[in-house]
Design a protein around this ligand. Sequence first.
Ligand code: PLP
Length: 480
Amino acid sequence: MKLIFEKSKAGISCDVLPPCDVPDAPLSPQTARKQPARLPCLDENQISRHYSALSKRVFGVNDGFYPLGSCTMKYNPKINEELAGLPGFTGVHPLQPEYTTRGCQKVLELAAQYLCEIAGMDAMNFQPAAGAHGEFTGLLLFKAYHESRGDAARKKIIIPDSAHGTNPASAVMAGFSVVNIASGPDGCVDIEALKSAAGPDTAGLMLTNPNTVGIFDPNILEITRIVHEAGGLNYYDGANLNAVMGIARPGDMGFDVVHLNLHKSFSTPHGGGGPGSGAVGCKSFLSPFLPVSGTCLAGTSAGAPAPSYSGQSIGRVRAFQGNFLVVARALAYLFTLGKENIPEVARNAVLNANYLMEKLREKFPSAYPGPCMHEFVISLEKMKAAHGVSALDLAKALQDRGMHPPTIYFPLIVHEAVMIEPTETESKETLDEAAAAFLSIYEDILTDSESLRDAPRNTVIRRPDETQAARKPVLRYIAP
Ligand SMILES: *Cc1c(COP(=O)(O)O)cnc(C)c1O
C-alpha cells in the first residue's frame, strides 16, 4: 500500500474555503514557518479511500478474538461511547469557571464514590493517565507518608517476580530501590522470603493481584500483615480488577493504595497509545498527600467544595482532572451494569479463562496447577525442545487462524510463555473456535512443524525483523 505522501500530486486539493475577504495579518518572523508545511495533495475521495484502506489493515477487538494476556482487550459497549460523547462532556474546557462545570464535577464524584466502594478505598484521584502512571503516583504517596513521619530509612519496595513489569520500573522512577522476591512453585509469594525481606528499610510492597500468571494469592492477608507489621505500606496493582470486582476488595485485604486501569476493566477501548486513566485510590490517612486536583473523597456530594489540602500534597502528576472522558465512560459502564451485575463481570472473566484453560489442558498444559483467575499461562518450553516450535511460532500461527496472538515471552518467570486472557465478553462459541485453532496448530506441530516457521501466511506483513524494529525503528517518513 502506498503512503499518503506517495499518492500526493501537486496542485490537487479539496479545500472549500471561500477566498479570504479580510486583510492578511502576517505572523511575526519568530512564529512564522521558514518553509511551507509539506502536506500531501489529494482530493477528498482519495483521502477517504486511503483511511478506509488503512483501517482494514489493523486487527482490533471488533475484528475478532483478542486474548492478549494482561491487556484486557474486551468488548466495550457502544453506549459508553455515546454517553461520553455528549457535547456537554466533549465541549468543556478545563479553565471554564467551576460553576459552569457542575455536571462534569458530578461525574467525577459519582465515579469516585463507586470506584472507592468497589476497591474498598476512601479517596480516588483521576489525574494519572495510565496504569504505570498510577503506580508512580501511589508510590509517591508512600514516600510522602514516610517522610511526613520522619521515617527516612524506608527506601525499599518489595516486589514479587510475578508482578507486572511496570511495578519495578515505577518503584525506581519514584526513587526507591527494588527488592525482588521469587515466587514459589505454585506461582505465589514465598512467605518466608517476604518475611526475611521486610524490615525497617521497607517502604512497602507492590502486589499485582491476580498476579501475571493469573493467580489470586491465597496468602494475601498474611502478606499484607507481614508488611504492615514491618512498618511498610501495601500497594495493590488493580489493573486487572475485572477478575475480582464486586467479589473482593483490595481495601479489605490490607492494601493502603490501589490503582485501577479504567481503560482495561472499566470500558475505554485502548491500545495504540489511546487515552487511559490509572485512577489511584487510597485510605483516608493517605488522602492529604494526593495530587492537588482530580481528587474526590468518597461520600462527598455534588457541588461540595473540593477537599482541602494540608500542604502535604505530592503536587500535580498531570494537568487538570486527568483524562476526564475515560472517567465518563467508566461511570456509564458502572451505571449500565449496576451493583448487581458488577460481580457477574468478574465471574465471567474467571469462567472464560478457566473454560479455555481446561479445553487446552491436554495439549498445552498450564504452567501452574489449579484454577486461574482472568488469565493463564502455558509454556512451550518442552514443545520447543521436542519439535523446535517456539512461543513466537505459535503466536504467528494463531494469526493465520483469524485471532490476535496472546502475549508471549511474558511473564519472564515462565520460559516460552504464552499468556492468554480471553476476557469476560467472549461467547462460548468464540472460545470453542479459539480452542480448535490451538489444537489444529498442535496437529501441525506434530506433523509439519517446518510450516509453522513460515507463519503467518495470510497477514499483510509476515515476519518483520523484531530486533531491528525495536532497535532501529523507522518512525518518520523520509521521502525517497
Ligand atoms: C496493563 C497493566 C499495567 C500498566 O498499565 P498501563 O496503563 O499500560 O500503564 C500495570 N499492571 C498490570 C497488572 C497491568 O495489566
